[in-house]
Design a protein around this ligand. Structure first.
Ligand code: ATP
Length: 381
């Protein structure tokens, strides 16, 4: 078992006038066997949250509950959680075998033979048996990280806690280790909490992601929920690459039908869209993902003439940077669309693809239509 309930977790560093609220009343339930990603920008409190769960940091307030037991004041070694760090934290003077065996020696009374058997078994399963007699400095970054993972797995913990474990690897190895880690997690079914600032890891690895900013939980949901139905502008901007385009707009109700006015265009609102903003103030943010910017067709409404600044053909898609008003925005078109820098192109933001956010609070007032009926039930603001 490995269900974790984080209840009002708060961690304040410093005292007096110099307080930093690293984690602010975080509530979150992680199911047994779930793979949860904690994601957010640098300094948002991800590592502190993980360290509180591990018992390496004492919460200022709130509780950590493991399978119904309050473990907030338990020592790390009594929590049956194994942590994997970004810098691997292998003992340099020990072989891979000794590194993997060390935790079992310190925290269990298993015989040396039994420990050796478990280490060999785990190493075979992970395909790292040939590394067992080598010391960390003889191993590549990827091999060291495999040994560090092996050391966590051999302990057979109820929970894995991983703090940016892949960030020291080069891009290709990171992609490979990402899938290896996912398969291992699925095979063992051990509850895993994984910290990253990399939104690609967040989108691809976990069952759910928890997005943090400034110590506060912004949203928790499946990767696609956070992508298509962000709770607020922060999540909308953080999840997805290239990032969502945002336009500061003002509601104008003086004409026949309401419209959202930007410095470079006016976006006429249908009754349906108007219902989400009318009566909620005047300042809003219109969001549209790069892949939802469309080349305009003859009968389209809300057509906007833009200038092409730069194009980046990637083969399957082409990123096109468009000048709209004083800023540059991104469109992602099919790879066979060829546009010349300096040319003018007419684009449109289809109504079923736009997001609307409150201009003051950033709260999502409307998200794009769910991508399919199946997904509809799962996607809500
Ligand atoms: P990163 O991705 O850069 O590691 P993070 O999201 O993991 O960032 P934390 O390391 O949890 O963020 O830090 C959250 C905030 O708490 C930051 O403002 C950080 O400076 C502060 N902080 C973390 N540890 C301490 C400490 N021991 N003493 C004082 N402040 C700290």
């Amino acid at each position: 078992m490995g269900r974790i309930d984080i209840d009002g977790l708060t961690k304040v560093f410093g005292d007096g006038g110099d307080e930093i609220v690293a984690v602010d009343e975080l509530n979150c339930a992680i199911e047994d066997g779930e793979f949860l990603i904690l994601v957010g920008p640098s300094g948002c409190g991800k590592s502190t949250t993980l360290r509180c769960i591990a018992g390496l940091e004492r919460p200022t307030d709130g509780k950590i509950v493991l399978d119904g037991d309050d473990v907030t004041d338990e020592k790390p070694k009594n929590r049956n959680m194994a942590m994997v760090f970004q810098n691997y934290a292998l003992y340099p003077h020990m072989t891979a075998r000794e590194n993997m065996a060390f935790g079992l020696k310190m925290t269990t009374d298993l015989s040396t033979d039994e420990i050796d058997r478990r280490v060999t078994e785990t190493a075979e399963m992970m395909g790292i048996e040939e590394l067992l007699d080598q010391k960390p400095k003889e191993l590549s970054g990827g091999q060291q990280q495999r040994v560090a993972l092996g050391r966590a797995i051999v302990r057979d913990p109820e929970v894995f806690l991983m703090d940016e474990p892949l960030s020291n690897l080069d891009a290709k190895l990171r992609t490979q280790m990402r899938t290896e880690l996912q398969s291992l997690q699925q095979e063992f079914g051990v509850t895993t909490i994984y910290v990253t600032h990399d939104q690609t890891e967040a989108m691809t690895m976990g069952d759910r992601i928890a997005v943090l900013n400034g110590g506060e939980l912004q949203q928790i949901g499946t990767p696609l929920e956070c992508y298509h139905a962000p709770a607020n502008r922060f999540v909308a901007g953080f999840i997805g690459s290239p990032s969502m385009n945002f336009f500061d707009v003002r509601l104008d109700e003086s004409g026949d039908s309401p419209s959202l006015v930007h410095e470079a265009f006016a976006y006429d609102l249908s009754d349906e869209l108007a219902a989400d903003v009318v009566g909620r103030g005047t300042e809003f943010v219109l969001g549209v993902r790069p892949e939802d910017v469309r080349l305009a067709e003859p009968d389209d409404e809300n057509v906007l003439a833009t200038e092409v600044n730069v194009t980046e053909p990637l083969g399957d898609v082409t990123f096109v940077y468009l000048q709209i008003g004083g800023d540059q925005y991104t469109a992602s078109f099919d790879g066979d669309v060829i546009l010349d820098p300096g040319s003018t192109v007419e684009v449109t933001f289809p109504e079923d693809r736009v997001h609307l956010f409150d201009g003051r609070t950033g709260e999502a007032l409307r998200n794009r239509e769910p991508p399919s009926e199946d997904a509809e039930a799962r996607l809500s603001v």
